[in-house]
Design a protein around this ligand. Structure first.
Ligand SMILES: *Cc1c(COP(=O)(O)O)cnc(C)c1O
Length: 307
């Protein structure tokens, strides 16, 4: 694996119109690395830093179904870097979990309230062994993660030029908010007339969800506050990983009509939320871009659950 090779831009496809809006989807699930997605984009920047610092071990944190942990474990295996993953106990099985083990990551379980202590102990233990460990925050949070999606805005602007249009709205599944922070920074960097970047929360509630995004934007840019952060917590359906029939129906509908797999935890929840938002806010005749942030292994978890 060579991280210095540039990755090609992911495609943007037009889907069916919805309530008079032109809906497009950016297929970041096709980012060509470990089933793609936003975690793959972020991980590339983290591993470039790992190579630069000549680290020989990587430590990160995530839930059992974490896309982030799967991508980190895959890149670590490819680059022959030791990988230690800390997860809360009682984690359910998932394809992402299975892949982490397959890639040879060392999986460490601990009680939820011992996570940060366990991270510290693991880093200290590795250093004591003479290793040079690198810590990646859960979900790829932090400036490098934000940068990944600041840069994606150049891909989006290129597509706008080719198609001769401008996306009025960008929708995405928002978790730690790093991806949304990057899209806000990039849109403002490039546009005189900033578009609306709407994060559909997959778990967090207001005001915290929006506050964390604001902090990410400030930390990344070092000055100035963005206008308003649009973080919608109305469609979380009971919290992280919880989904209802409307979300399952959306996943089936988008798969059948467009051949695009969504998952119930992130993209299916957000796509369903986007449709409801457009309807409830009476958005009409706009160009709308949905960022498909990946998570394909969770689509297969969903298939098993709904069998
Ligand atoms: C992690 C994840 C998100 C959320 O990204 P954040 O940057 O944490 O907000 C969205 N979609 C998928 C598929 C993810 O794995």
């Amino acid at each position: 694996m060579r991280l210095s090779e540039p990755f090609p831009a992911t495609p943007i496809q037009r889907l069916d119109d919805f309530l008079g809006n032109q809906i497009y989807i950016k297929r970041d699930d096709l980012f060509p690395l470990s089933f793609g997605g936003n975690k793959a984009r972020k991980a590339v920047l983290f591993f470039q830093e790992i190579e630069r610092q000549n680290s020989d071990a990587v430590v990160t944190y995530g839930s059992a179904a974490s896309n982030h942990c799967r991508v980190v474990a895959n890149l670590a295996a490819a680059l022959q870097c030791r990988c230690l993953i800390i997860s809360p106990e009682g984690a359910n099985d998932s394809f992402n979990r299975q892949l982490c083990a397959e890639f040879g990551a060392e999986l460490i379980a601990c009680p939820l309230d011992h996570v940060s202590a366990t991270i510290d102990q693991t880093m200290a233990f590795l250093r004591a062994e003479g290793s040079r460990p690198f810590f990646i925050p859960g979900g790829g949070h932090g400036n490098l993660g934000t940068r990944a999606y600041d840069l994606v805005c150049d891909e989006i602007a290129g597509e706008e030029r080719r198609r001769g249009l401008r996306f009025d709205y960008i929708f995405l599944a928002s978790g730690t908010g790093t991806t949304q922070a990057g899209l806000i920074c990039g849109s403002q960097r490039l546009g005189e007339n900033p578009r609306r970047v709407v994060g559909i929360s997959i778990a967090r509630q207001l005001p915290r969800g929006a506050q964390v995004i604001l902090e990410s934007v400030r930390e990344y840019r070092g000055e100035g506050a963005p206008e308003d952060i649009v973080f919608v917590d109305r469609y979380i359906e009971g919290g992280y990983g919880q989904f209802d029939d409307a979300i399952s129906k959306t996943i089936r509908d988008v798969m059948r009509r467009h051949g695009v797999p969504l998952d119930p935890t992130y993209t299916g929840k957000a796509f369903c939320g986007m449709r409801r938002f457009l309807q409830e806010s009476r958005v009409n005749d706009k160009n709308v871009l949905f960022i498909h942030t990946g998570g394909t292994p969770i689509f297969f978890d969903w298939l098993e659950k709904t069998r």
